[in-house]
Design a protein around this ligand. Structure first.
Ligand code: PLP
Length: 410
């Protein structure tokens, strides 16, 4: 049975042209980019070329591009590095309720150094009001971090408007653009973004490589000590094949962005329409229009997202849920909780995220399986829908599967 892969927000398959571009740097040209000799110089050229390509794609200068091991490292380096560099001035950071855990936990970690974090709420569509960000900025605020597009519900934030306020207040802005890069137009200079994180594996590049852009002049301290790589901003031997792969993937994604988004949004809109009309007590999560072209995310009343995932998995469909399973009890994700959905809806989440290789047949597959799966799960647990939050969560509702299965995340 062919797997219908609808989890591209978690990760994407690597584009064949990216595999081909990376190939020489595993063996024939496997020099260390810091070495003086010919193989080292070849690697250095590859890294420099990749830096130029990425800078052009993101509206930065090459000197503002720092290679990292991916989104999590870039976010930690951005937040901790900017906050610590400015801590003599103040110990307050601002972020939002729907950020990735890398952002929320990096801000939380700063409490060890006496920092406070203000978490700005979102509306029921997962949208941040830039004026709320403005109001949260205090005289001792040293960093604001707002994501470009949400990984669970796909809502795209008004980053340029947020940046106008952070600029006016003289506070650096970090943007987690992990879900946006390659999909949305990004120009860090014209948008007023000081620090920005991207990760190659979300746009058909390899896993374990990313970029942090740091606008020249932004107060920032490197968090990693060691060699002088990346102009003393990220110690450690460069991942040359990964860097070449990231640059190739980003170049391809930007070049084909419009046609890709058209294709993806057709699949997304078809999935949304078919699922909302076929499944009773279902609603779209995230913004109805300001959302990523590939994201169709839902909440279903009175079912567990995990159980839906397992039913889809048994039918050969790979998707994701925002919920996380702890000790057999499913907890709603902080993102879905932040949307303010009623208690008996927040655990029944499903995220379908489409990619280049998907087609309408894949939408057909999920739209065929899902309505009966949800109906069956509701029939297995009839109490839940009317009982509200006092009822213990349903677990292990799909026979033959363990009650605790780690959900796909991204
Ligand atoms: N930020 C967002 C919005 C994400 O979706 C992810 C993906 O998991 C990350 C950060 C972390 O990126 P990485 O998997 O490259 O560490």
């Amino acid at each position: 049975m062919r797997t219908v892969y609808l989890d591209h927000a978690a990760t994407t398959p690597v584009h064949p042209d990216v595999v081909a571009a990376m190939a020489p740097y595993w063996s024939d040209s496997a020099g260390n980019a810091s070495s003086m000799h010919e193989p080292g110089r070849i690697a250095r050229h590859a890294v420099d070329d990749a830096r130029d390509t990425i800078a052009r794609a993101l509206g930065a200068t090459p000197s503002e591009v720092v290679f990292t091991s991916g989104g999590t490292e870039g976010i930690n380096a951005a937040i901790k590095g900017a906050a610590i560099a400015a801590m003599a001035r103040g110990r307050h950071v601002v972020t939002t309720a729907i950020e990735h855990h890398a952002v929320l936990h990096a801000c939380g970690w700063l409490a060890n150094l006496g920092f406070e974090t203000t978490i700005v709420p979102v509306d029921r569509n997962g949208m941040v009001d830039p004026h709320d960000v403005r109001r949260a900025i205090r005289p001792d605020t040293v960093l604001v971090s707002v994501m470009f597009a949400n990984n669970e519900v796909g809502t795209i934030q008004p980053i340029a408007e947020v940046a106008a306020f952070t600029r006016h207040a003289g506070v650096p802005l970090h943007v987690d653009a992990v879900q946006a890069a390659g999909t949305l137009p990004i120009d860090v200079h014209s948008m007023g973004i000081d620090l920005m994180t991207i990760s190659a594996h979300k746009f058909q590049g390899p896993k374990g490589v990313g970029v942090l852009t740091i606008r020249n002049g932004t107060p920032w301290l490197p968090m990693q000590s060691g060699g002088a790589q990346e102009s003393n901003r990220r110690a450690g031997t460069e991942n040359v094949p990964g860097i070449v792969g990231l640059a190739t993937a980003l170049r391809l994604a930007v070049a084909h962005r419009d046609e890709a988004n058209l294709h993806l949004s057709r699949l997304r809109d078809s999935a949304i329409e078919r699922i909302l009309s076929a499944v009773p007590h279902a609603r779209l999560t995230g913004h109805p229009t300001q959302r990523l072209a590939n994201n169709a995310s839902f909440a279903f009343q009175g079912v567990e997202g995990e159980s839906i995932l397992l039913s889809l998995d048994m039918a050969g469909i790979a998707a994701s849920s925002g919920s996380a399973c702890t000790s057999g009890a499913t907890e709603p994700s902080h993102v879905v909780a932040a949307l303010g959905l009623p208690d008996d809806w927040v655990r029944g989440t499903l995220r379908l995220s489409f990619g280049a290789a998907n087609d309408l047949g894949d939408v057909e597959a999920v739209a065929t399986v899902l309505p009966s799966a949800v109906a069956r799960l509701r029939a297995l647990a009839p109490r839940r829908r009317d009982a509200g939050s006092a009822t213990p969560p349903i677990t292990g509702a799909v026979e033959g599967y363990p009650a605790t299965v780690k959900p796909a995340h991204g």
